[in-house]
Write a protein that binds this ligand. Structure first.
Ligand SMILES: [Zn+2]
Length: 305
């Protein structure tokens, strides 16, 4: 514009803020999709503990898995009160890496090598750095990452698992056990309740979910944490209601008794725990309530210097 009267200029100037306000935003930044880092690292005494998210997915109709022994109305009401839907749930699969300073331990291996290795690498480790793989129990979402097509994922690892658990699967003919776990039997050390896997890592019998399911107590410089694996698999449906039956608990009565025993211990000792299927980063505390327990996701407790 070459010739602009003062009046035009004023009008143009006056109109500018309005024009700017109604002009559509350009949205030059692309939509990124929901995201969160696939690892969370903190210290426990002189140990470094890293939870790694090997996989996550939305699962429909969760009452086909949790709360088998309660009415749908009850399941819906409990879910609604906890601000979560009753018709779908997010599932998480969270192996844990522990660097004791003497060795690098991986607890459980996800559904398949790919997701676990990707999360492991995002956390700064390579599969060949893993010295020991500890298997809490032999469901496919825990042993699935051990091998693929006959090749070990963690090429330098030795293996540790519960004796009762291995024996329980031994004659089962289960395909994932036969292809992922049995080929490693000769490299595997078998533990009983109370045995030490490595210094500072002790097996805690947590039978019920599977016949020989083990949790592990980590302890370093007077700091303790329970690696609970699958003793409780939902932060509301299992913690607030430990007696709600779970499809995947092989012995439902024993699993509920184990849940109450470990939740009591966690609440009494004010000890943090990692749950393999808890919402990522899978780290929290337990408060005892009148009937069940309340899950308190960790905030900054493990960041304090
Ligand atoms: Zn599991």
């Amino acid at each position: 514009m070459t010739k602009m009267t003062r009046r035009h200029a004023l009008l143009a100037g006056a109109a500018l803020p309005l024009a700017a306000a109604v002009r559509p935003a350009r949205a030059a930044a692309p939509m990124m999709g929901p995201a969160r880092p696939p690892f969370n690292r903190f210290t426990l005494g002189s140990f470094e503990v890293t939870t790694i998210l090997a996989g996550s997915r939305t699962v429909p109709d969760p009452q086909t898995i949790f709360g088998l022994n309660v009415a749908p109305e009850r399941f819906a009401a409990v879910s609604e009160a906890a601000m979560i839907p009753a018709d779908k749930a997010q599932f998480f699969f969270t192996p844990t890496v522990v660097n004791t300073g003497a060795e690098l331990i991986l607890f459980d291996t996800g559904l398949a090598p790919r997701g676990t290795v990707a999360a492991l690498e995002a956390a700064g480790y390579t599969p060949d750095q893993i010295d020991t793989v500890i298997i809490t129990h032999m469901h496919g979402d825990h042993i699935g990452g051990l091998m693929e097509n006959g090749t070990e994922t963690f090429s330098n690892a030795r293996y540790v698992t519960g004796a009762v658990e291995f024996d329980a699967w031994d004659m089962s003919g289960d395909e994932s056990f036969e292809t992922k776990m049995r080929p490693l039997a000769e490299k595997t050390r078998f533990l009983e309740d109370g045995d030490e896997a490595v210094p500072g890592v002790t097996a805690v019998a947590a039978f019920g979910h599977t016949p020989g399911h083990m949790a592990y107590r980590l302890e370093s410089d007077g700091n303790a944490l329970l690696l609970g694996a699958d003793f409780a698999n939902h932060y509301i449906w299992s913690l607030a209601h430990p007696d709600w039956e779970v499809l995947y608990d092989r012995d439902k009565e024993a699993a509920a008794a184990t849940r109450r025993r470990l939740l009591d211990m966690l609440a009494a000792e004010r000890m943090p725990f990692i749950g393999y299927h808890m919402p990522f980063p899978a780290l929290g505390y337990v408060e005892k309530q009148e009937t069940g327990y309340r899950y308190l996701p960790a905030s900054y407790q493990m960041m304090l210097e």
